[in-house]
Design a protein around this ligand. Structure first.
Ligand code: PXP
Length: 239
């Protein structure tokens, strides 16, 4: 059965729009858990545009499920991971001006840099996941890097403009999920998933966790966070 990890970044985005105290992403995490979320995800960016260091410290103390922190593979972030000790660190690529994470990390092309970084995290007994595009080369490279988990980037599927494009992107997700599971990897997925497009991805048997942020928080502004989380749980068959 697929688990839902709610990404609370955009609660913090609203707070940072005014550099205010509210809304507090910690409260968002508590409400998401009360509504049944199986985990909490957040992304600490180099520019601290939403999640702050203070949020990570408080989330580590308050999250009762599983805390997944997305971050770039930099020495600053390694220090933060060692201090905060999330249940899972998901390594993502980060470009300074991007609106959101634009693609998966290049596990195949950057293996010489990622290898020591992953080893350092694992030596600190922190579980590591790589956010990768659903591409057999990237799945193979991730397995070779020795990570226990991969998160497949669902952006091509979520942003497809035609049924054909979406079907092709979906097939890529299925192939990569099967391939990853055959190599013993735990498979997660996420990016751009919403109430309408989520079900087929949730139903891929190898996908055990979905990371969903923007669509839940966007809906929460209008209907409340607990209802938005419950609706997503229903949409993935966990209602
Ligand atoms: N997974 C990763 C690695 C991400 O960077 C993001 C966006 O922060 C998500 C999942 C969630 O994407 P969305 O906010 O579109 O649901």
């Amino acid at each position: 059965m697929t688990r839902l990890s709610v990404n609370i970044d955009h609660v913090a985005t609203v707070r940072q729009a005014r550099k205010a105290r509210q809304p507090d992403p910690i409260a968002g995490a508590v409400l998401a858990e009360l509504a049944g979320a199986h985990g909490i995800t957040c992304h600490i960016r180099g520019d601290r545009r939403h999640i702050l260091d203070r949020d990570l410290a408080l989330l580590r103390e308050t999250v009762a499920t599983r805390l997944n922190v997305e971050m770039a593979a930099t020495s600053e972030m390694l220090r933060i991971a060692r201090r905060v000790r999330p249940d899972l660190v998901t390594l993502v690529p980060e470009k300074p001006g991007e609106v959101t994470t634009e693609g998966g990390i290049d596990a195949a092309g950057r293996s010489r840099q990622l290898g020591p970084h992953i080893k350092a995290l694992r030596r600190s007994r922190i579980d590591v996941s790589l956010f990768i595009d659903p591409d057999p080369r990237q799945v193979e490279a991730s397995a070779a890097l020795g990570v226990p988990t991969i998160e497949l980037n669902t952006n091509a599927y979520s942003s497809a403009r035609t049924g054909r494009e979406q079907a092709r992107a979906f097939d890529e997700l299925v192939v990569s999920a099967e391939m990853g599971a055959e190599r013993g990897l735990v498979i997660a997925a996420g990016h751009g998933l919403d109430l309408i497009n989520v079900r087929p991805v949730a139903d891929i048997p190898q996908v055990i966790e979905l990371n969903i942020g923007h669509s839940i928080i966007a809906r929460a502004v209008l209907v409340g966070l607990e209802r938005a989380v419950r609706e997503m749980l229903e949409a993935i068959g966990r209602g």
